[in-house]
Write a protein that binds this ligand. Structure first.
Ligand code: BV8
Length: 257
């Protein structure tokens, strides 16, 4: 029996009886893929900044090149990483529970790469870019591969209106896409178990979702090596890395299928 044995068994017992499990993931679920967590994502040139200082419309307005280059750096990092056993375990969980919904705060597509299909992206997708003015409608997505490679100025310019191109992510002080927050809220209200994986719980409205689930009677299972703002309401707290714990949890589930 591993050191997590008893708690993993408890969590598996709860999950076995679930009909509508939901999962809320944060940057920690991608950490073992080599993606720095959000609050570690500032290294090198950007180490002097606080993420809340760079991931805002004001920062982009003030210094579009600095912000664009930070996202280009993170996009390049993401281009070199793979889903880790945590992402793969969640994809296996979806095979067992067709109603499983993954609500992610992450802007990477590692859940998709791992094979999950019912994913709600609260904060957008770093691989997508859009016109800062949404000149052709919201969002006016821009395919960077169609832009003139000779023009290496950053940020690139929108081919329709000449305004800057920006990452299609939700910055601080920006509202989340209506469909994303509606779908996430519905999933949180409907679920009977919520796995909360790899989030500090510092960013709202994402951080309100486990509380909403709890209010609607869900059992909260947290997976995180550290404490978070969600820990106080967790019914089961699995303390450790998701890449180790989630495969164990799914393995116990499968063994006693
Ligand atoms: C909104 C996209 C309405 C960009 C992100 C005061 C003034 C103004 C606003 C506010 C305010 N107070 C609160 C707010 C609201 C604000 C907010 O919450 N601010 C925080 C900082 C206090 N929220 C917003 O602005 C949201 N919009 O509310 O609209 C509005 C409008 C105008 C004015 C007011 C309100 C928009 C929020 C979206 C921000 N965009 N991402 C980008 O990625 O660049 S959020 C960003 O944080 C990432 O998406 C990240 O995922 C997310 C949350 O962080 P975590 O995922 O939890 O990551 P973190 O690094 O914090 O933690 C990692 C965790 O993993 C840790 O717990 C660690 O222990 C754990 N871990 C590490 N390794 C592992 C692990 N776990 C498991 N396994 C491991 N191996």
């Amino acid at each position: 029996m591993t050191e997590y044995g008893e708690l993993i068994q408890q969590a598996a017992h709860v999950l076995r009886g679930a009909r509508h499990p939901a999962v809320l993931t944060g940057a920690g679920v991608s950490q073992e893929s080599g993606v720095p967590t959000f609050r570690e994502a500032l290294d090198g040139l950007w180490a002097q900044y606080d993420p809340e200082e760079l991931a805002t419309p004001m920062a982009f307005q003030r210094n579009p090149k600095l912000v664009w280059d930070w996202y280009a750096h993170r996009r390049a990092l993401l281009g070199a990483v793979q889903p880790n056993p945590a992402h793969l375990a969640l994809a296996r969980l979806e095979q067992r529970f067709s109603s499983l919904r993954i609500i992610t705060q992450n802007v990477d597509d590692l859940h998709e790469q791992a094979g999950s299909t019912h994913i709600i992206h609260l904060h957008g997708n770093i691989a997508r870019s859009k016109c800062v003015a949404n000149c052709q409608g919201n969002p006016t997505l821009i395919d960077l591969t169609t832009l003139d490679p000779a023009d290496d100025e950053t940020p690139p310019k929108c081919p329709h209106c000449g305004e800057f191109v920006r990452p299609d992510v939700v910055w601080f002080h920006e509202v989340l896409p209506a469909h994303a927050i509606q779908d996430a809220t519905a999933a949180a209200q409907r679920c009977d178990v919520m796995l909360v994986v790899g989030t500090s719980g510092l960013v709202s409205p994402a951080s309100t979702l486990p509380h909403l689930a709890k209010q609607h009677g869900a059992t909260i299972i947290e997976i995180n090596p550290a404490a978070s703002t969600i820990s106080p309401i967790a019914d089961i707290k699995l303390t450790g890395p998701a890449g180790l714990l989630l495969p164990q949890l799914v393995e116990v589930l499968d063994v006693e299928a």
